[in-house]
Every structure is written in structure tokens, then in C-alpha cells.
Write a protein that binds this ligand. Structure first.
Ligand SMILES: [Zn+2]
Length: 121
């Protein structure tokens, strides 16, 4: 089973029930043995074993969860949503930090998390 089919079978987002921009997430980081985007290159047995530890999240919830897992900050879903809108407008980390009331380093972490996330697709 490939990525899109797996997501379709296991969605929508388990956090917010959203159906847009769905992604594969490891429920517990300790069970992650491979990058999510590499799962689909595995043979069937290993792939299914890895996917047993995964769930479907929308991009926004995935960013939020990853940020919390990384201990960066407790940021609300609304803040993540706002961040995406501001990011689309091309705001840099300093202004993003000001808009969200977080430190510049946290804004940078979020930006870096987002570019990493894009690579997952
Ligand atoms: Zn969601």
C-alpha cells in the first residue's frame, strides 16, 4: 500500500478531523526507526511493521505535535494557523516572532521544522 492509499484508509487527522494536507506521523518518537518519507521504500513486512506505529495528522497538527515533542514551546493550533498565513505572506523569523509573541529562536525552529516537513511530502 502506498502513501496516499494508506492516508486515505487511516485519515482524517486524528487530532482535528481535518482532511487537508494529511501526513503520516509516528505516534511515539521512540518507535520511529526510519524517516516517514522513507517508509514507502521498505519491503512490505517492514513497512507494515513501521506503519503500525503511525497515525494520520494534518500538516498543522503535525507541526504542533512535532514542536511539542521537541520541547520548543506550547503553541496553540490557532497560532500554528496564523504562522502559516504569515509565512505565506513572506514574513521573516523576527516579524513572525513578534506576531506570535514567541522568541526569534522559537520562530526559527518553527521555520526549520516547516522546511523539514515540506521534505516529507
Ligand atoms: Zn489536524
Amino acid at each position: 500500500m502506498h502513501r496516499d492509499a494508506w492516508i486515505a484508509a487511516h485519515g482524517p487527522c486524528v487530532y482535528c478531523y481535518g482532511t487537508d494536507n494529511l501526513e503520516v506521523d509516528h505516534v511515539e518518537r521512540k518507535n520511529k526507526t526510519i524517516r516517514t518519507r522513507d517508509i514507502w521504500r521498505l519491503g512490505q513486512t517492514r513497512r507494515e511493521a513501521e506503519l503500525k506505529h503511525c497515525q494520520v495528522l494534518c500538516r498543522q497538527c503535525h507541526i504542533l505535535k512535532t514542536a511539542q515533542d521537541n520541547g520548543h514551546w506550547p503553541l496553540s493550533i490557532e497560532d500554528v494557523d496564523l504562522f502559516w498565513k504569515l509565512k505565506k505572506l513572506g514574513l521573516k523569523e523576527k516579524r513572525l516572532a513578534g506576531a506570535l509573541g514567541i522568541s526569534v529562536s522559537r520562530a526559527r525552529n518553527l521555520l526549520e521544522g516547516m522546511s523539514y516537513r515540506r521534505g516529507e511530502n
